[in-house]
Design a protein around this ligand. Structure first.
Ligand code: 6GU
Length: 353
């Protein structure tokens, strides 16, 4: 993958030479090109901004400077065709042509799913705005010749797009083949299933649950109380609990040696060698953490019939969530959901520390 970054602070991107991404770049798996926007400025002061039409505070980045930068980094289609790139290859979805990403707090949310989609692109061009942003006509014109995404990394305002681009580049890079080292890690972690599309695991029907701390315990009996879920719900055909099954949930707690540290023991099940029990425990821990930290993700999972198994519903209802979310995997009751967030677990006391 080729990644172009246009910025007035090229030195901001030194970190791309560090760690796994730095190694991937050194191997040639990612081809980074960081450009100083001021190279395309016209005057002695290398001006890239001007006062906003309509008045108001701050400055706006000039369309002309950005357009000339883009023309050089991703020449217009006619120019490329003249150089022998077939039009079909340019038009291919997510394919040979470049994709422009403009970081802005006014953009659509950047998510793990966005990162996964971007791994399919041959070239990403990041346009780092500063000040009050870039003249909108530059974005409009760019859109006439390539896909353009205006993207935000969260609900807060940064001084410029540079830090956001570092975040996005890291999220995309670690999903590229060979970059992470351990190929399974990416699908293991929070939101990891977004790229796999895999659903939740089947209920193994075993009696007894994992021993997770919690006010009511989570040792609900196994079984398939709401029979009929096993067909056509999107996740019942899998064989075992897999890392990818954590789609839409936050990753639970992790442990390493020693087995006892300052009097605190590692959960017994993790030492058992029983892989099915471990996977089940991890899923329950993920459900608990997600409900505590991101109830919105539980609601989203509840609305997706392929995500939560009957066993998952049992774990959630043992936390006092029954009535907030429906147990049958059907569309949750929107009224109850929206009206009763207070019934979700308050916080850390329900966590599997
Ligand atoms: Cl992508 N850019 C800036 N400047 N601020 C942000 C952002 C991006 N995402 C959240 N805040």
């Amino acid at each position: 993958m080729r990644i172009d970054i246009v910025t007035i602070f090229p030195e901001y991107f030194g970190p791309l030479g560090v760690s796994l991404i730095g190694k991937a770049a050194a191997r040639g798996d990612i081809d980074f090109h960081v450009h100083d926007l001021r190279e395309w400025a016209h005057d002695i002061h290398r001006t890239v901004d001007d006062a906003p039409f309509g008045g108001g505070p701050g400055m706006v980045m000039k369309a002309q400077v950005w357009a000339e930068a883009l023309d050089e980094i991703a020449p217009p289609a006619a120019l490329q065709a003249a150089r022998g790139v077939p039009a079909a290859a340019l038009a291919a979805p997510g394919g040979a042509g470049p994709r422009l990403i403009v970081p802005t707090p006014s953009g659509v949310p950047f998510t793990q799913a966005s990162a996964a989609r971007y791994t399919g692109c041959a070239q990403l061009i990041f346009a780092c705005g500063r000040y009050e942003g870039i003249d909108a006509r530059f974005i409009d014109e760019a859109r006439a010749r390539m896909p353009v995404d205006e993207v935000s990394i969260g609900d807060y305002v940064l001084a410029g797009g540079e830090a956001a681009v570092l975040v996005m580049v890291e999220a995309v890079s670690r999903l590229l083949p060979g970059v992470l080292g351990n190929e399974r890690s990416a699908s293991d972690d929070s939101f990891g299933g977004a790229s796999s599309g895999a659903g939740a695991p089947p209920d193994d029907g075993s009696a007894g649950g994992p021993v997770l701390p919690g006010p009511t315990g989570t040792g609900a009996p196994g079984g398939r109380p709401d029979g009929g879920w096993s067909t056509g719900n999107g996740w019942s055909s899998g064989g075992t609990e897999t890392a990818a099954s954590m789609a839409g949930l936050l990753e639970g707690p992790v442990y390493t040696r020693p087995r006892v540290w300052r009097g605190r023991e590692v959960p017994e099940v993790l030492l058992s060698g029983d892989h099915a029990a471990i996977a089940r425990w991890r899923r329950d821990a993920a459900l608990l953490r997600t409900a505590a930290n991101r109830p919105d993700l539980i609601w989203r999972a509840a609305a997706d019939p392929g995500t939560l198994s009957p066993r998952d519903w049992q774990v959630l209802s043992a936390m006092g969530l029954s009535g907030v979310v429906r147990r049958d995997g059907a569309e949750p009751d929107a009224g109850g959901m929206a009206g009763e967030p207070a019934r979700l677990p308050a916080g850390p006391e329900n966590m599997a520390h």
